[in-house]
Design a protein around this ligand. Structure first.
Ligand code: NAD
Length: 250
């Protein structure tokens, strides 16, 4: 176990999903206490993950909350601050897909993906920004996607949300640059998680064939980039998009 995040408190949204688990583990491995937000997974599954987390000697707590809703988010963040005393690192990781070509996409599928993938980033950042400004310290890292950089067939909703995260990140980085807060995004390529398991096998194979590295990413490979940005010493890096995509988009 390292100590680079000793005494730091992180809040990871979607922490019980594939990439979220890896991020939470990697931050905890470096000594951070982690608020583990989730919504979709069954409670027993989340408890099982917490058990594993604790067995590693990590300090974490589960927070079930819908981060696409502002009120739910503020309540959750109040609880996290009450439990751990502060939040130093926010990782906006929660996300969903509802793929359809625009012709077939229902308005609800547009609205839902924008709410979960984009408004959640606003909700969590907004609910924490004063806290971070008051303490003159913060690391905000949002999980975008290669799809937000280059587009993807059947994902106008998801691509729009993930591209908007980049604009949000750059703007908030400007607003907080002199205040000890860095704001960055990580843009993964295709990662082996429940999200990509939903994709048709032939579509996925075609994507893998086009990745220069020749395979999908493992969740820990994305978590490494988050860890780098979460470090106190990554203090001159703000408003950036760190791509972890196996060379898929350069
Ligand atoms: P996943 O489906 O395994 O996990 C998603 C997590 O988000 C789950 O823990 C779920 O409970 C949570 N969640 C969903 N809706 C929520 C809500 N309203 N409130 C709170 N939590 C909510 O997906 P993943 O592959 O681990 O994706 C994590 C992030 O990485 C997402 O933002 C996703 O868009 C992004 N991403 C994934 C890939 C990939 O290939 N898997 C690629 C690029 C970016």
């Amino acid at each position: 176990m390292g100590e680079s995040l000793k005494d730091r408190v992180a809040l990871v949204t979607g922490a019980v999903g594939g990439i979220g688990q890896a991020i939470s583990m990697v931050l905890a491995q470096e000594g951070a206490s982690v608020g583990l937000n989730y919504l979709v997974e069954p409670d027993e599954y989340a408890q099982e993950f917490l058990k594993e987390f604790t067995e590693h000697g990590y300090n974490g707590r589960l927070y079930k909350a819908d981060v696409s809703r502002y009120q739910d988010t503020t309540h959750m963040i109040e609880k996290v601050i009450k439990d751990f005393g502060k939040v130093d690192i926010l990782v906006n990781n929660a996300g969903i897909t509802m793929d359809k070509t625009l012709k077939k996409m229902a308005v609800e599928q547009w609205e839902k993906v924008i709410a979960v993938d984009l408004s959640s980033v606003f909700n969590c950042s907004k609910a924490l920004i004063e806290h971070m400004l008051d303490r003159s310290y913060g690391r905000i890292i949002s999980i975008s996607s290669v799809v937000g950089q280059k587009g993807n067939y059947g994902q106008t909703n998801y691509a729009a949300a993930k591209a908007a995260i980049i604009g949000f990140t750059k703007s908030l980085a400007l607003e907080t640059a002199k205040k000890g807060i860095t704001v960055n995004a990580v843009a993964p390529g295709f990662v082996r998680t429940a999200m990509t398991e939903q994709m048709p096998k032939d579509v996925l194979q075609k994507i893998v064939d086009s990745v220069p590295v020749g395979r999908m990413a493992e969740p820990w490979e994305v978590a490494r980039a988050v860890l780098f940005l979460a470090d106190e010493k990554s203090s001159y890096m703000t408003g950036q998009v760190l791509s972890v995509n196996g060379g898929l988009y350069m």
